[in-house]
Every structure is written in C-alpha cells, then in structure tokens.
Design a protein around this ligand. Structure first.
Ligand code: ADP
Ligand code: MG
Length: 363
C-alpha cells in the first residue's frame, strides 16, 4: 500500500505556558512507495512520533491529508486504517500467554471481519512463526527476554495483516546485540511480507542499515529523502551531513577565496566556480589521505589501530569539535610520535556549506 502525505502539518499548544505553539510536523509532502521500508530519522523531539501518529490516525492533523493508495484516510479512526503499530514499550498483557497476546487484536474484530476460533489460532500461530517464537507460545511475557517480548509485539501488529506497519523506536529498549539482531529480523519480515513499513528511529546507523529510503527531519521540518547511501554521499545541508555517519563528519570554519577552499592559511581543495565567501567545510573521516606533501595539516593527538582501520585523532584550530578524526587503512604507517600530520583530501568526501543558511554549495 502506497502512503502519501500531502502538506501534512501538526501544531500543538506549547506544553510550557506562554511559549509559542510547537509545529511538530511542518508541511510534509512525500510519498512512501508500496512495499518499501522507510526510516524516519531525526534527533529526539523533531516530530517523528507525531508524524507516525498522523499516519496511524492516533493524531489528527492541523492541516493536510494522508492517503493510503487512492483512499483519503485523514478522517478515519486508527482501527479502520488497517495499520499495525509497534512502540518502544511493548505493552504486552502480562496475564496473557504469548499466543493470547498475539491473538488479542483478532478477538475484537466485529461484523463481517469476525473470525472463527480456528482461524484466529491459525493466524496467530502464523504470526508467531514469522517472528520465530512459535516454541514460546505458552509463556507469559515475564518469562521472556526483552528481544522476545518485542517479537511478540511485532507478531501482534502483523496478525491483522496490516496494510501499513508503523514502528516507533521499536529497538530502543534492547541491548546492543539484540538491537542488531532484531533490526535484521524486522528487515527480513518486511521483505517476506512486503508490507509498507515506516520505521522511526533517532539512530542514524539503525535507519541507514535497514531502510530502502530514509527521511531526515529536524524540528518538524523535512530535510532530505533518499536512499541511505545517496543521502550520506550527497547531503543537502550541514545538519544532514553531521547527522549521518559514525564517526561524524569533521566540521571546520573555512573560506572560499579565488575558487579555493581555505581552512586557516591552507588551501585544501579547489572549488571551481564558487564565489568568495565564508563557509563551513565538512570532511568525512574517510576523506583523508596520508600525504607528506598534502595541503592540510592536523595536530596529532593519538593513533588508534583497530583491525582493518587506523584512526588518527587530532586537533585543528578551526575545527568545530575538540577532536578531528581521520580514518585510514591500517596498511598505512602513521608516525605516532609526530606532532603534525599532513593529508590530501578526497574531493568527494569534502562538502562546503553557506555560512549563514548552512545549505550545501555544490562545485
Ligand atoms: P520525536 O518522536 O521525534 O521525539 P515528537 O513527535 O514526540 O518527537 O514531538 C515533536 C514535538 O512536538 C516536541 O517538541 C514535543 O514536545 C511536541 N509535542 C508532541 N506531542 C505533544 C502534545 N501532545 N502536546 C504538546 N506538544 C507536543
Ligand atoms: Mg518519538
């Protein structure tokens, strides 16, 4: 099922008295293609949950429409939209078994949708199988790990065969290893079922790893939509560049003079056609190449050798953060006693942004 957001806006009265309204979702217009997994990504408070709630119907928009396929669902109640919901807190019924928990949504179906007991059992067993907990069906939630409980919650969302699956930070309560495993699981289930899925997270790595496309948001405003790697390689502004990638992009204050990018006194890269101006310079950690004749110099703090890669941790007077991180292949020898290290830069890994607007300047 294709999902279309059409100038969708949600305004809340501020929770702090006297402060202006909060525009949690500001004029969102985009289309989620049928059968895809979309990652809705942004820092805490940027409006991800609100956006998801507008799609599920838990919230009604201040203005704008939501479409499922050719149907305008804006006025429909959540139970009539055919959505499956999974939240951070699994909210299972503690006194019911796993099987009863999964079956629960089916027992509330009314009229023409009403199912026989056999059909309910069949469907809940199928959903349990899909998330690989069929051998735990008779347990109570308290007898299961967090990861298993979250699988029950996912099975419960799937059992009604939703047209759209909505997941709001579903992995946040799991420890690191389970988080990794469960996210792959979600990806597999999504591929198998082909259900259009929207996955909310503040974790860029999580979103990048499982999404067909990511939607990056900031303060209720959509910043960029695209395939994860495309957005990483071609960010539209400084926020997106800084939000994606671990370690994060290194940001410097710089200047374009005579079609060259300067950081301090050093002309680090040509920028043909760019007018003279102050800029932000972003350099991805993998954009540095050891080069004793290179144009860019860092003050070395330490060298961290980690298997395949070597991290050069350094400082620079024009850097926006206390340390700069360059990642190079560990086949390179770095003199850990050197005070300064010179680099040349990979042009595709260097971005510049307008000083005021922070918009990308392409060159
Ligand atoms: P996220 O899920 O990205 O953390 P939310 O969608 O929960 O963000 O919230 C977005 C903004 O809207 C925040 O500033 C939040 O405080 C505000 N907000 C969310 N729900 C309400 C509400 N019911 N009343 C007032 N403000 C709200
Ligand atoms: Mg949220």
């Amino acid at each position: 099922m294709k999902v279309v957001l059409d100038h969708l806006t949600k305004r809340f009265p501020n929770r702090t008295k006297g402060e202006p309204d909060v525009i949690a979702v500001n004029d969102f217009t985009f289309e989620i293609p049928d059968g895809k997994l979309i990652g809705l990504l942004g820092p805490s408070g940027c409006g991800k949950s609100t956006c998801l709630n507008l799609i599920s119907g838990l919230e009604k928009p201040t203005s704008g429409r939501v479409w499922f396929g050719d149907t305008d669902v804006t006025e429909l109640e959540p139970e009539n939209r055919g959505v499956g919901l999974v939240f951070q807190n699994y909210a299972l019924y503690p006194h019911l078994t796993v099987r009863q928990n999964i079956m629960f949504p089916l027992q509330n179906l009314k009229g023409a949708d009403k199912l026989t007991k056999e059909e309910m059992l069949r469907r809940s067993d199928e959903a349990a199988k899909m998330v690989q907990i069929e051998n735990l069906k008779d347990r109570k939630p308290a007898q299961m790990s967090g990861g298993q409980q979250q699988r029950v919650a996912i099975a419960r969302a799937l059992v009604k065969m939703p047209r759209v699956l909505l997941l709001d930070e579903p992995l946040s309560n799991l420890d690191a290893r389970l988080r990794l495993q469960t996210r792959e699981e979600i990806r597999r289930i999504q591929r198998e079922t082909g259900i259009t899925t929207i996955f909310v997270t503040h974790d860029q790595e999580e979103a990048m790893s499982i999404s067909d496309e990511i939607v990056v948001m900031k303060l209720g405003v959509l910043q960029q939509i695209g395939k994860p790697q495309e957005v990483y390689n071609d960010p539209v502004n400084l926020f997106v560049a800084q939000f994606l990638g671990t370690p994060a992009i290194n940001t410097f204050t710089g200047e374009v003079i005579n079609e060259k990018i300067y950081i301090g006194e050093e002309a680090v890269l040509p920028a043909p056609g760019v007018p003279n101006q102050n800029v932000w310079v972003g350099i991805r950690p993998e954009g540095f190449v050891l080069d004793e004749n290179g144009p860019f110099t860092l003050d070395l703090t330490r060298v961290e050798i980690m298997g395949r890669d070597t991290s050069v941790v350094a400082t620079h007077p024009f850097a926006q953060s206390p340390s700069v991180r360059a990642i190079i292949s560990s086949e390179n020898e770095v003199d850990a006693d050197a005070a300064r290290i010179r680099f040349s830069l990979k042009p595709k890994k260097v971005f510049i942004f307008e000083a005021e607007s922070e918009l990308r300047i392409r060159f």
